[in-house]
Design a protein around this ligand. Structure first.
Ligand code: SF4
Length: 232
């Protein structure tokens, strides 16, 4: 019988055969990734990315952003939503980083073990497990698995985690289950699958390339072939 890690390796291969294989290319330097992530919380990338670009064009030095008042920064990032709360977090994060590292940089984290770097990031104001995992995975290439709504939904439907643990605890549960070398590919493959096939509220199981190993499919499409309502 295949181990969980073997099963996940096969799962990622199957999903990549359907959606393609991603190449790991860091999209931002680490501090940019962190601030971009804070801006993207509770909003669509389509709103937050242009806002982040505008912010950096207008204030290319982190010092300039850290020197703004909350109200001034909130005015610039208004289109990303929750502007007042995010402006406070961004200014507090920049000041805290300068205070701890003497500069506006996260490069010292590169030399840390992943769990130490994660704890460091989580100690910053407004930084939760998903934001920390994104910085670790996308900027430093560490085997952290950011768990967004797609990764969480597909993971519990497949039976890799228990739905009751919630998104926050799913980070640890998935990182324990997924082979380290697959973290980025697993994250990317599950997002593609969640967007295109295993959608909320209704998954398209009949078109799914991994349905044979899926707990949700097994539970809702019993071998008696009696079709049931699979909205979830
Ligand atoms: S079989 Fe259905 S529920 Fe399972 S992963 Fe595929 S689309 Fe999602």
């Amino acid at each position: 019988m295949a181990s969980t890690k073997q099963r996940i390796r096969r799962l990622v291969d199957q999903l990549e055969s359907a959606y393609g294989s991603p190449r790991f290319i860091p999209r931002f330097e680490p501090l940019e990734e962190l601030i971009s992530c804070i801006l993207s919380q509770h909003t669509a990338d389509a709103n937050s990315f242009p806002t982040f670009t505008r912010l950096r064009e207008r204030f290319p030095e982190w010092e300039q952003i850290a020197s703004l008042t909350h109200h001034e920064l909130a005015d610039v990032i208004r289109k990303a939503g929750l502007a007042n709360q995010k402006a406070k977090s961004i200014i507090a994060v920049l000041k805290e980083i300068k205070n701890r590292f003497g500069d506006y940089t996260l490069e010292p984290l590169r030399e840390m073990k992943m769990e130490d770097a994660r704890k460091w990031l989580l100690s910053l104001p407004g930084v939760g497990p998903k934001t920390a995992a994104i910085v670790l995975c996308f900027s430093f290439g560490m085997p952290a698995i950011p768990v967004d709504t797609h990764v969480f939904r597909v993971s519990w439907r497949l039976g890799l985690i228990d739905k009751k643990i919630g998104e926050s605890k799913a980070h640890g549960a998935l990182e324990a289950a997924v082979p380290e070398d697959l973290a980025f590919r697993f994250h990317t493959a599950l997002i593609q699958h969640g967007r295109q096939t295993c959608k909320a509220p209704k998954p398209n199981c009949e078109q799914c390339v991994v349905r044979r190993g899926c707990r949700f499919y097994r539970d809702h499409w019993p071998s008696s072939s009696k079709k049931v309502n699979i909205s979830a």
